[in-house]
Design a protein around this ligand. Structure first.
Ligand code: SF4
Ligand code: SF4
Ligand code: SF4
Length: 391
C-alpha cells in the first residue's frame, strides 16, 4: 500500500480586504452622495472642478480602504486635512468678516461669535428649558450646528470624533507623533485602572457645565477651559483673574492637546477633556454601526488595547467581543490586529458593515473638507469668504 503524502496547504495571512464584488456598491454610494451634495444649490458657490476632484477622491479613497483592508492612513489624511484647512478658513473668514481673528466686545454683544459643536451640551439646556441663549450667537446658528452634528452622530456614532471634528485632529496629530519604546509602547503609559476612573471625567464635566449654564447662565467652558480661546479671544492679561485664566488654558491646552498625547500616544483631550464626548457616545448608541471583536479569531494578544488612541478597547471589552461606547470608529485597532479579528459590524447582528460604514464616513468627511477647500478657492478668486458658524 502506498503511503499518502499530505500536501502542505499555503496558509493565507488573515486580511480585511473586501472582494471587488462587495466593493462596487459602497463605492457607488460614496460617489453618489458626494456628487449629489456638491451639486446641491447651496454648495454651488465654489469652483465646479473642486466638486469633480472630490467625487474622484471619494471613489479613490473608498476603493483604497476597502481593497487594501486598511482604514488608518486614508482616514488620517482626511482628518488631519480637516483640522488644518478648517483652521485656515476660520482665520481668514474671521479676519475678513470682522476685521480680526479676535472677537471684539461689540461682536460678543451682538451675537457675532461662531458657535462650535463642543458647546452644544451646555448651550442647549438653558435654550430649550428657559429660552435663554448663553453663547454669543444666534438661536438659528446653534440649532443648525446641532442638527448637523446629531445627523452625523445617528449615522456614524462617535465617528464624528475620528473623521470630521475640526478640534480633534490636534491631539490625534501629537499622539501619532509621539515616539514608542520597545514593543511599540508609548513613553508614558496610562494604567488601565486609572483609565477606568478617568473615563468618567467628561461626563462629570458636562454635568457641571450644564448646572452652571442653568444657574449662572454662563458658558464657563468657553471662558475658562477651551484651549482654542487663545486663538480667537485671548483674555487681556492685566488682572490676577485674567492671568489665572491664561495659566489654566495654556496648561490644559499643552497638557491635553500637545505634550500629553505626545508622551502617551493617547488623544487625551478627546478622551478625558471634551464636554461633547458624553453626548457623542450616547447619541452614537443609536447608530447602526459597531466595532466588534470576533472571539473565535482573537488570540487575546492585547495589541488592540495598546494602539487604540482613545483607550476604547481594553482586555475587558475584548473579552465581551466589542469596545467601550466611547469608540470613535477610527479603524486603528482593526488595521493592527494580527488576527484581523476586529471589524465594523451592524448593531444587534454579526453582519459585516465595513463597506456601508466606510462609504458614509468617507462621503461625509470629504463633503465637509470640500466646503473648506471651496471657501479657500472663493477667497483666492474674490478676496471674500462667507462667515463661519453664524458669525
Ligand atoms: S472629543 Fe470633542 S474635540 Fe475631540 S473629536 Fe470629539 S467632539 Fe471633537
Ligand atoms: S489585537 Fe486582535 S487578536 Fe489581539 S487581543 Fe485585540 S482582537 Fe484579539
Ligand atoms: S476601539 Fe478601535 S476603532 Fe474604536 S477608537 Fe479604539 S482603535 Fe479606534
Amino acid at each position: 500500500m502506498s503511503e499518502e503524502v499530505a500536501t502542505p496547504v499555503a496558509k493565507r495571512p488573515p486580511s480585511l480586504r473586501t472582494p471587488w464584488r462587495w466593493t462596487v456598491l459602497p463605492v457607488l454610494v460614496s460617489v453618489a452622495l458626494v456628487s449629489f451634495l456638491v451639486a446641491a444649490p447651496q454648495a454651488q458657490r465654489g469652483n465646479p472642478l473642486i466638486g469633480v476632484a472630490f467625487v474622484a477622491l471619494a471613489l479613490g479613497v473608498t476603493v483604497y480602504i476597502l481593497r487594501s483592508g486598511r482604514v488608518e492612513n486614508a482616514r488620517l489624511l482626511i482628518f488631519l486635512s480637516t483640522g488644518l484647512l478648517f483652521t485656515a478658513v476660520f482665520e481668514i473668514s474671521n479676519t475678513i468678516n470682522r476685521g480680526s481673528i479676535l472677537l471684539s466686545e461689540q461682536q460678543l454683544a451682538t451675537v457675532g461669535a461662531p458657535i462650535c459643536p463642543v458647546t452644544i451640551g451646555f448651550v442647549l439646556p438653558p435654550l430649550l428649558l428657559n429660552g435663554q441663549m448663553i453663547f454669543p450667537t444666534t438661536v438659528q446658528a446653534a440649532l443648525s450646528i446641532t442638527v448637523m452634528w446629531v445627523g452625523f452622530g445617528l449615522l456614524l456614532g462617535r465617528g464624528w470624533c475620528s473623521w470630521m471634528c475640526f478640534f480633534g485632529p490636534m491631539d490625534q496629530f501629537f499622539s501619532r507623533l509621539g515616539p514608542t519604546r520597545r514593543g511599540g509602547r508609548p513613553l508614558v503609559e496610562i494604567p488601565e485602572r486609572w483609565h477606568r476612573q478617568l473615563r468618567w471625567l467628561p461626563y462629570g464635566l458636562l454635568l457641571f457645565l450644564i448646572l452652571v449654564a442653568l444657574v449662572a447662565l454662563e458658558p464657563i467652558f468657553c471662558a475658562w477651559l477651551c484651549p482654542l480661546r487663545l486663538a480667537y479671544d485671548p483674555p487681556a492679561v492685566t488682572r490676577t483673574v485674567e492671568w489665572l485664566t491664561v495659566i489654566v488654558i495654556v496648561t490644559l491646552g499643552m497638557g491635553l492637546l500637545v505634550i500629553g498625547p505626545f508622551l502617551t500616544k493617547r488623544r487625551l483631550f478627546c478622551t478625558y477633556g471634551c464636554p461633547l464626548l458624553p453626548l457623542n457616545s450616547i447619541v452614537g448608541l443609536l447608530s447602526p454601526f459597531r466595532v466588534k471583536v470576533d472571539r473565535e479569531k482573537c488570540k487575546d494578544c492585547g495589541i488592540c488595547a495598546r494602539v487604540c488612541p482613545n483607550s476604547a478597547i481594553t482586555p475587558a471589552t475584548v473579552a465581551k467581543g466589542g469596545t467601550a461606547m466611547e469608540c470613535t470608529r477610527c479603524g486603528t485597532c482593526m488595521d493592527r490586529c494580527p488576527q484581523k479579528a476586529i471589524d465594523y459590524r451592524l448593531i444587534g447582528s454579526n453582519a459585516r458593515a465595513r463597506g456601508a460604514f466606510i462609504a458614509l464616513a468617507v462621503a461625509f468627511s470629504l463633503l465637509l473638507l470640500s466646503s473648506y477647500v471651496n471657501g479657500l478657492e472663493i477667497y483666492w478668486q474674490t478676496g471674500t469668504m462667507p462667515p463661519m458658524g453664524g458669525a
